[in-house]
Ligand binder design. Structure first.
Ligand code: ANZ
Ligand code: ZN
Length: 803
């Protein structure tokens, strides 16, 4: 028999697949549909590393299996190609980013093709293609039309020495990634998208989808819904009231002071009456240097200054209380002010201890002198007049009602989620299709003028003023107002990299459509995506952004359902062999090209799936690769023990049925590694048995095909099975044959049968011993005795000798 030479076999099958197009999805089909989606890569200059193929192989397995099960499968691939690394590479090497992108895409594509993924390449998309971003711009215009896009002053990261606005990823521990200098915050007008308007639905509609728990939890926490009340505190002797947001109105009687954010407008308003304004100003300056993250870190020492000359009145007790400023209260959340309840809030407690402010217990249950009692499940209200004796829940409800009746407060829901900063002062992104006119304000570009193409420029460096490089191209910027025909200026900010990926799964459905982003009929047929697998790092940004866009598109009636993805799963990372994250700087990156060249794509694919629990991070091991190669060689040699006859091998029938069942189930439940392990065991059984029929080998090849498609197609052909493996159907198992046979065996004690127990024929001695001990009658003879010898014949008899 010829040797197993993966490189030859794999190239051959790539040609055959290209010609026969077995992975082409059809928009018109009587078959049931299955839409499998993986996150499309960013085509960086580094090429693919072995982390990329992990999720791709997983859904490739599912897609291949589904096709054999009779589904019309859409499994597409494309390029998320706008963005910073390409732009920076272009600046450094003085090549146009479009050319950089083209080169990188070509490299990525060749790499993916060498691994033999069953992508429908006829639907390949690229977010930087004007035919594509025309529709990204179109969606933006719809958002603008509906009032969901607005411009607002927002802080950006600014590097004073590079004179450039930085993305968050470019700021490393407060310093510029390029020059190492300190990054400051600078305020700029930015386009924002009102994702917050969808916050509630983005949480509640998680009930409609099948996402793994940790994805659901992360999304819910990120959106951060808090239910409580806004309460007004009168400022003593003044007209003004100070509004706070609280999730614990039940603790109102325990509020002994207030804290406002350093940026709170109250300070400016009453600056003439504040006695220690200098001190306050100094503190404000200190705070302005800190990020929100630093400000709210729980562990840090509390700081603050009392505002002398202003006091507030607790609306429940009627008592005057002091007002402080402290960095732990953020201007960007709630109302920028809090009622401090040191007895029951940890940060307030620490603050009160430090500055000697009174701590009052209003919920019984802890020892508030020692620490804040924050439990909301257990505890009864005390020291609180008319709500004394109530449980927390009841008290919350009661006091909220009381505040509402008195006009002192209202029920309020707050979200942690902020609107989405949608502007970038960069070249390599989608131009925002708006024109500014002094008369008409911001005017959308007429739809028929889309796409607004990126103009050619000589220089992609951002400008000194922090504007996008587009701002320097006068004849592009200066245009006429689409509304009044007067002078207009194009928006020079571009969209963030998240834009193109917020709707790409829709374009795959109908990638060449010039009239619409996709036809309604095709969308009706394919949506929702049946299974989307992607990285955990995309749970809170990409996944949320794309759900938001989809809901918006649903609201304007252009997609058929409210949720884009019916199911979401996630994979763990592949680490370097030293257990560290793979990265260029650590020098532990493994290039899949090398593995394909030295061992073959089927070995790479098998190893990617066999490496460990799909959902966990695992280290790469060259030995593991070798083991998978040896496995495939042993599969190849099954041809040596092939015998005549097409039927099942009777002796192995149960094992075969069990393996069909196990593989079928494991490939659906992310247990690819145990599915492959089952195939390895079955291979051993065939080898132990010494022969395999053509019928059995056929079944075996089909089961292994999704994992190792090339070797299995080749063997199919070699042993003369009809047609192609990719045209066959997935094997069925009979449930009865997967069940172990049950038998009754005698248990002898000192040569006498003392009982009969029911066991599986395959039960081991340990299992049988346990079962024997559970039998009362047998137990009687063992009690107080010592077992000196055991003789066990599997499925037949269990002998015990006791003393
Ligand atoms: C009184 C109180 C008593 C509070 C108590 C908590 C416990 P979440 O769940 O995150 O929404 N808070 C409100 N606005 C704030 C701001 N801008 N910066 C910092 N903290 C702020 O938290 C809501 C709680 O965080 C609010 O409820 C408020 O403190 C504080 F026993 O009010 B609480
Ligand atoms: Zn105008």
């Amino acid at each position: 028999m010829r040797e197993y030479r993966p490189n030859e076999i794999e190239k051959k099958w790539h040609e055959i697949w290209k010609e026969r197009e077995p992975f082409k999805a059809s928009n018109k089909s009587d078959k049931p549909k299955f839409y499998a989606l993986v996150e499309f890569p960013y085509p960086s200059a580094n090429g693919l590393h072995v982390g990329h193929p992990r999720p791709y192989t997983a859904l490739d397995i599912v897609s291949r299996k589904r096709r054999l099960e009779g589904y019309n499968v859409l499994f597409p691939m494309g390029w998320d190609a706008f963005g910073l690394p390409t732009e920076n590479f272009a600046i450094k090497n003085k090549i146009h980013p479009a050319i950089v992108t083209e080169q990188n895409v070509a490299r990525f594509k060749a790499q993916l093709q060498s691994i033999g993924f069953s992508f429908d390449w006829l639907r390949e998309i690229n977010t930087t293609d004007p035919h594509y971003y025309k529709w990204t711009q179109w969606i933006f215009l719809k958002l603008f039309e509906k009032g969901l896009a607005y411009k607002q002053e927002m802080p950006i990261n600014w590097c004073p020495s590079c004179k450039i606005g930085l993305a968050n990823e470019e700021v490393v521990q407060g310093n510029c990634e390029r020059c190492g200098g300190e990054v400051v915050r600078r305020v700029k007008n930015q386009w924002m998208l009102k994702i917050t308007e969808y916050a509630d639905r983005l949480i509640s509609d998680l009930d409609k989808v099948d996402y793994i728990e940790r994805v659901k939890a992360q999304q819910t926490n990120w959106i951060g819904k808090s239910e409580g009340a806004e309460v007004e505190f009168q400022i003593a002797g003044k007209e003004d009231k100070l509004r706070v947001f609280t999730t614990r109105p039940d603790t109102l009687f325990g509020s002994t002071y207030m804290v406002i954010a350093a940026e709170h407008p109250l300070i400016e308003k009453y600056k003439d009456e504040i006695e220690n304004l200098e001190e306050i100003k100094e503190y404000q300056h200190e705070v302005s240097k800190k990020s929100d993250f630093e400000r709210t870190e729980l562990s840090k020492e509390k700081t603050g200054v009392e505002i002398k000359g202003l006091r507030a009145i607790n609306p429940a007790t009627g008592r005057e209380i002091p007002i402080w400023i402290s960095d732990y209260v953020l201007m960007s959340y709630g109302t920028g002010a809090i009622m401090a309840v040191p007895g029951h809030d940890t940060r307030d407690w620490e603050f009160a201890k430090k500055f000697n402010l009174p701590i009052i217990e209003v919920i019984k249950g802890g020892e508030v002198e020692k620490e804040a009692y924050t439990d909301t499940e257990e505890g009864v209200v005390v020291n609180s007049d008319f709500i004394n004796g109530m449980e927390v829940k009841e008290a919350k409800e009661y006091i909220t009602k009381w505040l509402e009746d008195k006009g002192l407060g209202t029920r309020k829901v707050n979200f942690k989620l902020r609107d989405w900063v949608f502007s970038r002062q960069r070249y390599w992104g989608e131009p925002i299709p708006l024109v500014h006119c002094d008369e008409c304000g911001w005017v959308p570009v007429p739809e028929k003028e889309l796409p607004i193409m990126l103009p050619e420029v000589e220089n992609y460096e951002p400008t000194d003023t922090g504007e996008s490089p587009l701002a320097n191209i006068k004849d592009w910027v200066e245009t006429t107002c689409p509304k009044c025909g007067g002078k207009g200026h194009r928006e020079t900010d571009t969209m963030p990299q998240w834009a193109g990926s917020s709707w790409y799964f829709l374009r795959y459905i109908d990638p060449c459509n010039e009239e619409e982003f996709a036809s309604q009929e095709a969308l009706e047929y394919w949506l929702p995506v049946d299974w989307y697998n992607g990285g955990m790092e995309h749970t809170t940004l990409h996944l949320l952004y794309s759900r938001f866009w989809h809901k918006f598109l649903y609201d304007i009636g252009v997609v058929p359902g409210p949720e884009p993805y019916a199911k979401r799963t996630s994979h763990g990372m592949i680490l370097g062999d030293n257990n560290e994250k793979m990265s260029k700087s650590r020098g532990n990156v493994v290039n899949p090209d090398d593995i394909v060249r030295d061992y073959g794509a089927d070995t790479l694919r098998t190893y990617e799936m066999f490496i460990g629990d799909f959902e966990k991070s695992v280290p790469w091991s060259e030995n593991g690769v070798k083991g998978c190669r040896r496995f495939l060689e042993r599969v190849w040699r099954l041809q040596d023990i092939l015998t005549e006859g097409n039927s099942y091998t009777k002796e192995l029938e149960s094992s075969i049925h069990k393996t069909i069942k196990k593989v079928s189930e494991d490939f659906e439940t992310l247990k690819f590694n145990t599915g492959i392990a089952a195939l390895m065991s079955l291979l051993n059984e065939f080898n132990d048995f010494g022969k395999i029929t053509k019928g059995d080998l056929k079944t075996y090849l089909i089961l292994l095909n999704p994992v190792a498609p090339h070797i299995t197609e080749e063997m199919w052909e070699t042993i003369g099975l009809p047609g192609y493996l990719h045209e066959t159907t997935w094997p069925q198992y009979e449930e009865a044959k997967t069940e172990d046979e049950v038998v009754e065996i005698p248990v002898q004690i000192n040569g006498k049968v003392r009982g009969k127990i029911v066991v599986n024929v395959n039960d081991s001695q340990d299992i049988v011993k346990e079962k024997a001990k559970a039998d009362e009658n047998i137990m009687k003879y063992l009690e107080g005795k010592q077992i000196v010898k055991e003789i066990f014949v599997m499925g037949k008899i269990y002998n015990i000798v006791v003393k």
